[in-house]
Write a protein that binds this ligand. Structure first.
Ligand code: F6P
Length: 374
């Protein structure tokens, strides 16, 4: 019997989304006799029933394209901004699913998407998810597609910054994305030979960073490259966050919780330009001219790397096979060369962060890279 499958992409875009859509579509339609319908702009399209038909022509030529043919958004079905208010639109998502007579919906996204997909499972829908994000912070999978491409872009940036930093005897700070995880900064820092790598998971001392740069200058190396994750924090900043998080956990009333959440948001907003301050501080502390490069959304654009195309294709194809077997409520995770189903309940709400004793961290230390600790 034909299975009718919906598919959507949600959260920030990344290279490999189209390869994944194609993987699900080709395996599902060509070999498993499924019919596919795409929902536009993430969960918002499911809620508003905005769809596009998917056939083999739709999937033709998209493997190498960046972005997503379906469009994406960060909207959550249970908290959708409508008319200036947050509205729970879960029932509308369920109605769309039923109206189209779907057997399952495939949600491709990052950590937030896994949580939202879990909510749809709880609302009674058959859901299978795929892990995408340049941040590589999705729990339960070795790696997410998008990460390898972003890593290459960030590494190439460090390579290019080396020649200009050397020519001018400058300190160049490079800010990578990654949200609250340091995988991109760490990977690109190692691959590009950064002298300092700063991660959100390992709060840093500005003085320790300045000392490392001054030590290099004493040895005749008057340039330094500092790779910083956008979520990296000083020890003092991380103590402030820890206090706010503890206060949020301890808050007994809704009002108290709301107030602490606002304080936390205010902290993170004020933290957005922290690499500007870090660069100025390093110039003052080292006496070396310092410059900042923020890579930003460049890391999410353009054609996916070969590794991301392979990963997205194999997770997508396996996803179609799991749907055919009616294995629902799972994320298709990468485990070595295999693609395995992991219950969404084990994934939703968790993050895969860089552990301080992770082999990549040990490698950076063995190479003499400063990680900002004393
Ligand atoms: O999750 C991917 C990511 O690129 C993060 O690295 C970054 O913090 C965030 O998205 C940026 O989001 P936006 O595209 O909404 O600015």
């Amino acid at each position: 019997m034909t299975q009718y499958i919906g598919i959507l992409t949600s959260g920030g875009d990344c290279p490999g989304l189209n390869a994944a859509i194609r993987g699900v579509g080709k395996a599902g339609m060509d070999t498993l006799g499924m019919e596919l319908i795409g929902f536009r702009d993430g969960f918002r399209g499911l809620v508003q029933d905005r769809s596009l038909p998917i056939d083999s022509d739709t999937l033709s030529g998209i493997l190498t394209d960046g972005g997503t043919i379906l469009g994406t958004s960060r909207d959550k079905p249970h908290k959708m901004p409508i008319g200036g208010k947050m509205v729970d639109m879960t029932d509308a998502a369920v109605d769309t699913y039923k109206r189209h007579g779907l057997d399952a919906v495939v949600c491709i996204g990052g950590g937030g998407t896994q949580k939202n997909a879990m909510r749809l499972v709880e609302a009674g829908l058959n859901v299978v998810t795929l892990p995408k994000t340049i941040d590589n912070d999705i729990f339960g999978t070795d790696v997410s597609f998008g990460f390898d491409t972003a890593l290459q872009i960030a590494t190439e940036a460090i390579d290019r910054l080396h020649s200009t930093a050397t020519s001018h005897d400058r300190v160049i700070v490079l800010e990578t994305m990654g949200h609250r995880a340091g995988w991109l900064a760490l990977g690109a820092g190692i691959a590009g030979g950064a002298d300092v790598i700063l991660l959100p998971e390992m709060p840093y001392h500005v003085e320790a960073v300045a000392d490392a740069i001054k030590n290099r200058a004493r040895k005749g190396k008057r340039f330094s490259i500092v790779a910083v994750a956008e979520g990296a924090m000083t020890v003092e900043e991380s103590e402030t966050v820890a206090k706010l998080v503890a206060a949020k956990d301890a808050a007994s009333t809704r009002e108290e919780k709301k107030k602490v959440s606002e304080d936390l948001n205010a902290f993170h907003q004020a933290h957005v330009d922290h690499t500007v301050r870090l660069t100025q501080q390093l110039e003052e502390l080292t006496g070396l001219e310092s410059r900042l490069t923020i890579l930003g959304h460049l890391q999410r654009g353009g054609t996916p790397s070969a590794a991301d195309r392979v990963l997205a294709s194999r997770l997508g194809a396996r996803c179609a096979a799991l749907v055919a077997d009616k294995q629902y409520g799972v994320m298709v995770a990468a485990r070595g060369d295999h693609a395995v189903p992991v219950p969404l309940a084990e994934v939703a709400g968790k993050k895969k962060l860089v552990e301080p004793d992770h082999p990549w961290v040990k490698t950076a230390r063995r190479l003499g890279t400063c990680l900002g600790d004393k």
